[in-house]
Design a protein around this ligand. Structure first.
Ligand SMILES: NC(=O)C1=CN([C@@H]2O[C@H](COP(=O)(O)OP(=O)(O)OC[C@H]3O[C@@H](n4cnc5c(N)ncnc54)[C@H](OP(=O)(O)O)[C@@H]3O)[C@@H](O)[C@H]2O)C=CC1
Ligand SMILES: CC(C)=CCC[C@@H](C)[C@H]1CC=C2C3=C(CC[C@@]21C)[C@@]1(C)CC[C@H](O)C(C)(C)[C@@H]1CC3
Length: 416
């Protein structure tokens, strides 16, 4: 099978794949500019766009290239265990280093040393637009490289969804499933390392900027930094679980993921911290306690449900999952219908969304901008749920319909 021309196209098909790579990078720059402006209003007209000269700084290029090089070096360190991914179409399994948490810890030590040596981390606030421009540039270059090299990949190594023959669509979705340079897995590396760790480093930069401006970090800033650091640490601590996600198993590596991982995540997921630098908020102890509780509940649901499914998929006879009720499917795999996965069909999304809300609340109610993440994330997860449902229906057929009847709500009980 050379191409999958007949495959149903996602993300608005060829038109979506042409517009999104232009629209989303501009959205990143727009959001960052509005966030730093005193009004921080998305309704401002004309929008507070920076002059072109403010978009480029050679220091930003050095930092972005240096950062990706450092994270690549940490990825290659022979520490931590090596795990196998799921079985590929040719029957083989790839090996992946599980040393993301080590990379985060070493990065943290390096940052402490840099701060101790007097490095002005708060300067990231001034440099944020050129940094974002460079990260967008790198994601474009990487996607072009990925597209070109995919023509040398064997058929079984191509993704089913990104191999339609339409160059723009395939560039966007990604033709090759697991592009590697030797043992270096480009998709797996980008998914968890430079962008995700970069996000919390930028957050810390915003905290340091606040210290420069006001003498100490505000409670709101501490909460945003703490919550998002917990999220990133959790992702790297449970790195192995990423090997079974849709992105690694199903999606090709193209512009969508390259840009998402390298530019979208680090420069939009932490908008709240940047907002707080320019728009300080006072937060009562009671308010903070309520927000911490919300984040705690969200995290608990997110972690427990993800771990339950991962454990069940790895070893269904394990004592923590063996008692759960399941239904059989024609593929031989079973579906959980009790426990977290009997509560709603995507309990992990519910927990993630509660956390997203908790990250925005410290920014108060006066502006919509710090709520960008929770709004975007709701749309992303509803769309992702629909994509996953389509895959599962195709994979499990009648058993999936039975599961949907047994567990009628997708994300939010009695509502959706
Ligand atoms: N912060 C961010 O930007 C993002 C975060 N996420 C988070 O990543 C995490 C992973 O999400 P994602 O990869 O979308 O998908 P999920 O972890 O929800 O996995 C979906 C898969 O789980 C399996 N499954 C579904 N229902 C059952 C069941 N009842 N019993 C057993 N297995 C079942 C199916 O695969 P199979 O049967 O083949 O095993 C299905 O394809 C989530 O917590 C999500 O919130 C996701 C996207 C972006
Ligand atoms: C708008 C746009 C370009 C979207 C691309 C989507 C990507 C940003 C997301 C797709 C799936 C993701 C995951 C995470 C980050 C965002 C992307 C790349 C994730 C690494 C975040 C941390 C979580 O704990 C996770 C490991 C479960 C998660 C995996 C999916």
């Amino acid at each position: 099978m050379a191409t999958t021309h007949s495959a149903e196209k996602e993300f608005g098909g060829a038109l979506g794949a042409t517009c999104i790579p232009v629209f989303l990078p501009l959205t990143v720059l727009y959001l960052l500019s509005v966030c730093r402006s005193p009004a921080a209003s998305v309704l401002q007209w004309p929008p507070p766009l920076p002059p072109a000269a403010q978009l480029w700084d050679p220091l930003a290029a050095v930092l972005v290239v240096g950062w990706i090089t450092l994270q690549s070096f940490l990825y290659l360190l022979p520490i931590g265990k090596v795990s196998e991914g799921l079985v590929l179409r040719d029957g083989s399994k790839l090996k992946y280093p599980i040393n993301g948490f080590h990379a985060l810890s070493i990065t943290a030590v390096l940052l402490i040393v840099c701060l101790w040596l007097g490095m002005p981390l708060g300067y990231l606030f001034e440099l944020i637009l050129p940094l974002a421009v460079c990260a967008i540039g790198v994601s474009y270059l990487l996607s072009m490289y990925l597209y070109i090299r995919s023509f040398w990949a064997p058929q079984h190594a191509l993704s089913l969804g990104g191999n339609t023959g339409n160059p723009l669509y395939d560039f966007f979705m990604g033709r090759e499933l697991n592009p590697r340079i030797g043992d270096f897995d480009l998709k797996y590396f980008c998914e968890l390392r430079p962008g995700l760790i970069g996000w919390v480093v930028i957050n810390l930069g915003m905290l340091m900027k606040e210290v420069e401006l006001r003498g100490s970090p505000s409670l709101a800033m501490q909460l945003v930094n703490g919550f998002q650091l917990l999220y990133v640490t959790d992702a790297l601590w449970n790195e192995e679980a990423v090997l079974t996600t849709m992105d690694i198993v199903h999606d090709g590596f193209g512009f969508m993921l390259a840009f998402g991982d390298l530019a979208w995540v680090p420069f939009t997921y932490g908008l709240q911290a940047m907002f707080l630098v320019v728009h300080p908020q006072s937060l009562s102890t009671l308010g903070a306690a309520g927000i911490i509780l919300l984040n705690g509940i969200g995290y608990y649901i997110f972690r427990k449900s993800n771990s339950q499914k991962n454990q069940f998929r790895r070893d269904p006879t394990h004592k923590s999952v063996a008692h759960l009720e399941t239904i059989a499917t024609a593929t031989g795999k079973r579906l959980l219908v009790s426990g977290w996965w009997g509560f709603v069909r995507h309990p992990n999304y519910l927990g993630d969304l509660l956390m997203a809300l908790a990250w925005s609340l410290p920014c108060g109610m006066s502006h919509i901008l710090p709520y960008f993440y929770v709004i975007y994330f709701t749309i992303l997860l509803i769309h992702r749920e629909a994509r996953d449902e389509k895959h599962c229906r195709a994979k499990y057929g009648l058993a999936w319909d039975t599961y949907c009847r047994r567990v009628p709500y997708r994300i939010l009980p009695y509502i959706y």
